[in-house]
Design a protein around this ligand. Structure first.
Ligand code: XIL
Length: 355
């Protein structure tokens, strides 16, 4: 275990204790005021906290001030991830002009509700403004642009963001490195450079690499495993691996837990960062039941792996999900329906956490 990993692990344990204590005392007060005869429904965050994990959701900034939406986010989740407003195209749309307004709103919301903020994301080929992707920078210049972005964003949120997805979607599905502008211009060392810059800006934030279709054991997750092993060997400050887990109904990899476990065995935290389970239209009640079972399996896999810190779902409701727009013919991927009513998947998550 690298010193950085060890330090982060200790900080994580302390944070879990503090969060549990604060939230536990709030619950105790609620229970007393309502009297012993009123059964308070257990929330996802109660159940996750009892299992020593966090439960998060992606938050759509434009929906935060719908009272129904925001009260679900506040009461059911212990962690929030900005769905879009901490991405490069929002935060630094033109060179040197930083816009933290959306991210700051989310941090305020989280602080009001005793929630952790999961930062997403610093270096990614997508939602990257063209001044970066087509800027014509040489290696040295682009590395400086990248490190400056990381330094500005991470130091702005230092002490307020618990985890950062430092590098997002670095791989192609065959396990080769994606030919992003960073890879093409700087070369593979952009990854180590990004982690070092983030660590310098906030040594206490936990630093993750995140990807999709790495959820089972396959060429892409093997390449991720080799990369993070080599980063650890080089002393690069990496703490965690994020598994997006944008899943398709009935296609949950059978080795999902085994895959999380092998990364955890490296001494890294593992996190389910963007869970949703999409269903081919129209979803019927049998589909929704199997979806609930598969949500439960993902969550119970996290609970079974000691290094798994938590599970974040990619949006609460089918009304806001990115799925129909990105995967035409699919939908119903989230734990709440389009009327913000909990679906069977909600109970699957609760049960997965032991609730
Ligand atoms: C998605 C958002 O949900 C959409 O609103 C946006 O239009 C595109 O990005 N992997 C990621 C997330 O890391 O940032 C993506 O979020 C979903 C896939």
């Amino acid at each position: 275990m690298s010193p950085h990993v060890r330090r982060a692990a200790i900080a994580a344990a302390a944070a879990t204790l503090v969060a549990g204590a604060v939230y536990g005392s709030a619950q105790a007060q609620e229970d007393t005021s309502q009297g012993p005869s009123v059964q308070q429904a257990e929330t996802l965050r109660d159940a996750a906290s009892a299992s020593g994990r966090f439960v998060g959701t992606a938050v759509n900034d434009g929906r935060l001030y719908d009272g129904n939406y925001s009260s679900i986010v506040a009461s059911e989740f212990s962690s929030v991830t900005a769905e879009n407003v901490m991405k490069w195209d929002t935060v630094q749309p033109s060179q040197g002009n930083f816009n933290f307004s959306g991210g700051d709103r989310l941090v305020d919301f989280a602080q009001q509700n005793n929630q952790q903020v999961y930062g997403h994301t610093l270096v990614w080929h997508s939602q990257l403004p063209s001044w970066v992707s087509n800027g014509g920078f040489n290696a040295e210049q682009l590395n400086a642009v990248m490190e400056n972005h990381i330094t500005e964003v991470v130091s702005h949120y230092a002490g307020q963001v618990a985890y950062w997805d430092v590098v997002n979607e670095a791989f192609n599905d065959d396990g080769t490195l994606r030919q992003s502008v960073f890879q093409q211009t700087i070369g593979e060392e952009y990854i180590a450079n990004a982690f070092r810059a983030a660590d310098a800006a906030d040594p206490n934030a936990k630093l993750c690499i995140n990807d999709y279709s790495t959820d089972g054991i396959n060429a892409k997750s093997n390449a991720m495993y080799d990369l993070v092993s080599s980063l650890l060997d080089q002393g690069v400050p990496i703490d965690c691996v994020g598994f997006q887990s944008h899943l398709i109904l009935d296609q949950l990899p059978s080795d999902y837990q085994e895959n999380l476990q092998r990364f955890s065995d490296l001494g890294l935290e593992v996190i389910v960062t963007e869970l949703d389970i999409r269903i081919q239209d129209p979803a019927d009640s049998s589909d929704l039941q199997r979806q609930a079972e598969q949500y439960q399996q993902v969550v119970s896999s996290c609970v079974a792996v000691s290094g798994c810190a938590g599970v974040t779902v990619w949006g609460i409701s089918d009304a806001d999900s990115w799925v129909p727009g990105t995967f035409p013919g699919y939908g119903a991927a989230c734990p709440w329906d389009e009327y913000l009513q909990p679906k069977p998947a909600y109970d699957g998550i609760l049960t997965g956490f032991g609730g």
